[in-house]
Design a protein around this ligand. Structure first.
Ligand SMILES: Cc1cc2nc3c(=O)[nH]c(=O)nc-3n(C[C@H](O)[C@H](O)[C@H](O)COP(=O)(O)OP(=O)(O)OC[C@H]3O[C@@H](n4cnc5c(N)ncnc54)[C@H](O)[C@@H]3O)c2cc1C
Length: 377
């Protein structure tokens, strides 16, 4: 019997795979999605859901801003359980040195037409009374938002299915390539294009992808409506996110629509275990309480871990895999895959259809890895 044939088979039903399925189906492609677990059950379920514009590089800025705009366009269609809220981010400056970074960021965002507002110490106290006194100020980015990632992934997948995509859950994919997908139960499908959207597990299916697991922890509290009103991130977060060797923690808290406070975050390389690391959680909570002492009087109800898919240059891999003309990647989104899922899907489908892209695709092409290696040789 010959294998069932599709235009596109997507491995992984996280937020990136779901967004790709939705966009492919919107273009009229015959799409099948396969996941070994459930929709949005991987890093997507573990993520914080901060929809944030970041400026570590021009390419990161372009992708995060483009995707944020796509989330804003989608806003009126999102069901209530996605809990999308444009609460804004405040980058908190603890001292004058960090205020210099506020001013650098203000210039950078303003030049690129992202609204921002520099906050004085008094503004900060008024907007976020639970922050400790004595902070230097901050930068408000009002168009940033938050959402609940697993429900966002489910919404995208349901829309893809309504557009004709089919979905297999609970079945691991054993092998992909050369236009074929073999499931662990022996079933085979064939397709003109296969998309590896397996997140931190993507290198297990495509040897040679330079993606490493980067473990993170999050803690959620009981309900304290109004305790925090914006996503609050310490400017030192950037040092934590950039560190490529040591374990790091940074103050990063988020107001949930439920009144809960989501507390992050940690970053660890070289850890395979999903278990909660109590030493890291203690460090994370200590850091959070340095910024918000009143957190000490809240009750944490759950802590969990997840694995980000990290690339060496901190940009995702979106596009053709040079060693197999049927294989495309949509992986390596590290700590920004919720934000950048919609734009990633657009860029992938632009490449599949020859459609003109809204932003340059080159910085995210998987072939850049070869170029980087060459440059460093
Ligand atoms: C602690 C933490 C906080 C974060 N905070 C944010 C944030 O605030 N904002 C933001 O934008 N991003 C954030 N992220 C990052 C974000 O969660 C990820 O980038 C995003 O979820 C990646 O989505 P994905 O679809 O690529 O991967 P995943 O959600 O991991 O999906 C991959 C899917 O592939 C499936 N799969 C893997 N191997 C196989 C196989 N062999 N066969 C079949 N299926 C397979 C898995 O079951 C899984 O469902 C955070 C991540 C963590 C860990």
């Amino acid at each position: 019997m010959s294998a069932a044939t599709y235009d596109v088979i997507i491995v992984g039903a996280g937020i990136v795979g779901a967004a790709c399925a939705d966009e492919c189906a919107r273009q009229g492609m015959r799409v099948r999605v396969v996941d070994q677990e459930m929709v949005g059950g991987g890093a997507t379920a573990a993520g914080m859901g901060h929809i944030v514009v970041m400026d570590d590089s021009e390419a990161q800025f372009a992708l995060t801003r483009y995707s944020q705009r796509l989330w804003q366009e989608l806003r009126s269609e999102l069901p209530d359980d996605v809990e999308y809220e444009q609460c804004g981010t405040i980058w908190v400056a603890a001292d004058d040195e960090e205020m210099d970074e506020v001013r650098r960021k203000q210039l950078c965002y303003s030049l690129r037409e992202v609204p921002v507002e520099v906050l004085t110490a008094a503004d900060l106290e008024c907007l976020e009374p639970n922050l400790r006194g004595g902070m230097a100020g901050g930068l408000l980015v009002p168009e940033d938002g938050v959402l609940y990632p697993p429900c966002a992934a489910r919404f995208l997948m349901e829309r893809a299915r309504a557009r004709g995509a089919s979905l297999d859950l609970g079945i691991p994919v054993a092998e992909i390539g050369k236009g074929r997908v073999r499931l662990a139960n022996g079933t085979e499908f064939s397709a003109g294009t296969i998309v590896n959207a397996a997140g931190a597990a993507s290198p297990a299916l495509t040897a040679g992808i330079d993606v490493k697991k980067r473990k993170g922890h999050l803690v959620i509290t009981d309900r304290y409506p109004g305790f925090v009103r914006h996503q609050l991130v310490e400017l030192g977060y950037l040092k934590s996110a950039h560190s490529s060797t040591t374990d790091s923690v940074a103050f990063n808290v988020q107001p949930r629509k439920t009144g809960q406070v989501l507390i992050g975050s940690s970053r660890q390389y070289g850890v395979e275990s999903r278990d909660v690391d109590h030493a890291i959680v203690s460090r994370m909570l200590e850091r959070a309480q340095e910024y918000m002492p009143a957190l000490a009087h809240t009750t944490a109800i759950r802590v969990w871990t997840g694995f980000r898919a990290a690339t060496p240059d901190k940009l995702p891999l979106i596009g053709a895999w040079p060693q197999d003309s049927t294989l495309y990647l949509a992986t390596g989104h590290e700590g920004l895959g919720i934000t950048t899922s919609l734009a990633s899907a657009r860029l992938l489908v632009d490449q599949l259809t020859g459609r003109r892209s809204a932003i340059p695709t080159e910085p995210y092409l998987p072939s850049r890895a070869a170029t980087l290696e060459h440059a460093h040789a």
